[in-house]
Write a protein that binds this ligand. Structure first.
Ligand SMILES: Nc1ncnc2c1ncn2[C@@H]1O[C@H](COP(=O)(O)OP(=O)(O)OP(=O)(O)O)[C@@H](O)[C@H]1O
Length: 278
């Protein structure tokens, strides 16, 4: 389902102009990371996708729906949103009930609900915790419950707000596996993140925001190499990208795979990289 954001401006009631003419078009199945300094407008922008905010000017469309014309509970059929802090999102006695809440609310049949719950629990690696009380779980597992409860709604678009913040490496790997599997199922995945390595390893397209505008938008190999523009919004390229630049790699590398591949090529054929000759 296509997301279309057309020249969106947003002014908070207090007068802060948080978005100053943002236009983006996101195709079905894309994996997009939105990065930028604190206060750049990232959260304000994604809250326009599930109808929590409506543009002061401009238009946001989710498929054929204009968000200004559609109620928030209907938009929940198309856009799932995992908030940064899971504790605001959990209120049932067991993990399974929690995960069933969304699909039940969307009016699915009992069979569909059990199927969605089973799939979401599997994707979140929570099968053995179905009967636990979410509040007896560690914060990391509670995060996975929050993710599962949104995934169970089976929306074509899923937004993750700062999914890795405060999480240990094992939880980050679980989240990465989940993103990969959702992606294989054709979901559009958006994330807001300050974790540039997570962005580089898991997302194809990067949107860089600063002061309510889009500063850069494109494939990560293009965007994450533009150090000077990234610096305007206090984003540094990933460590491997910077190392690649210092080593004189011809192309911007973003992932450990790309880095190793380039390094191997250079070691095998040192003369094939023009910068390596100098
Ligand atoms: N509820 C609100 N009322 C008034 N101003 C707000 C509100 N929420 C955000 N703002 C302001 O809008 C601007 C954009 O904020 P937003 O939270 O969208 O940025 P962000 O890029 O998500 O930042 P962060 O990385 O810190 O979450 C900031 O100047 C912020 O102070």
């Amino acid at each position: 389902m296509r997301i279309s954001i057309e020249d969106v401006h947003f002014v908070y009631p207090g007068g802060v102009e948080a978005l100053r003419g943002v236009s983006l078009s996101i195709e079905p199945g894309e994996r997009v990371a939105i990065v930028g300094q604190n206060g750049a407008g990232k959260t304000t922008l994604v809250k326009h996708l599930n109808g929590l905010l409506r543009p002061t000017r401009g238009r946001v469309r989710i498929g054929d729906w204009d968000t200004a014309q559609v109620e928030v509970h209907r938009l929940a059929q198309r856009v799932g949103y995992v908030f940064q802090n899971p504790d605001g999102q959990l209120f049932c006695r067991t993990v399974a009930e929690e995960v069933a809440f969304g699909p039940r609310n969307l009016g699915y049949t009992p069979e569909e609900i059990s199927q969605r719950v089973a799939e979401a629990l599997a994707l979140a690696e929570l099968e053995d915790k179905a009967e636990a009380n979410p509040y007896d779980l560690s914060p990391s597992w509670r995060k996975m419950v929050a993710l599962a409860s949104v995934i169970a709604m089976d929306t074509p678009i899923v937004i993750f707000d700062e999914p890795t913040t405060g999480q240990d490496v094992r939880t980050i790997r679980r989240i990465e596996r989940m993103i990969e599997m959702l992606s294989q199922r054709g979901k559009t995945i958006l994330t807001i993140t300050h974790d540039i390595d997570f962005c580089a390893e898991n997302f194809e397209r990067v949107v860089v925001m600063g002061q309510g505008r889009v500063l850069l938008d494109g494939p990560k190999e293009m965007v994450l190499g533009m150090e000077a523009i990234l610096a305007q919004t206090y984003v540094e390229p990933p460590q491997l990208t910077r190392l690649g630049m210092r080593l004189g790699f011809e192309k911007t590398v973003c992932t450990s795979e790309q880095f190793l591949e380039t390094l191997r090529r250079r070691l095998d054929h040192p003369q094939s990289d023009p910068r390596a000759e100098g």
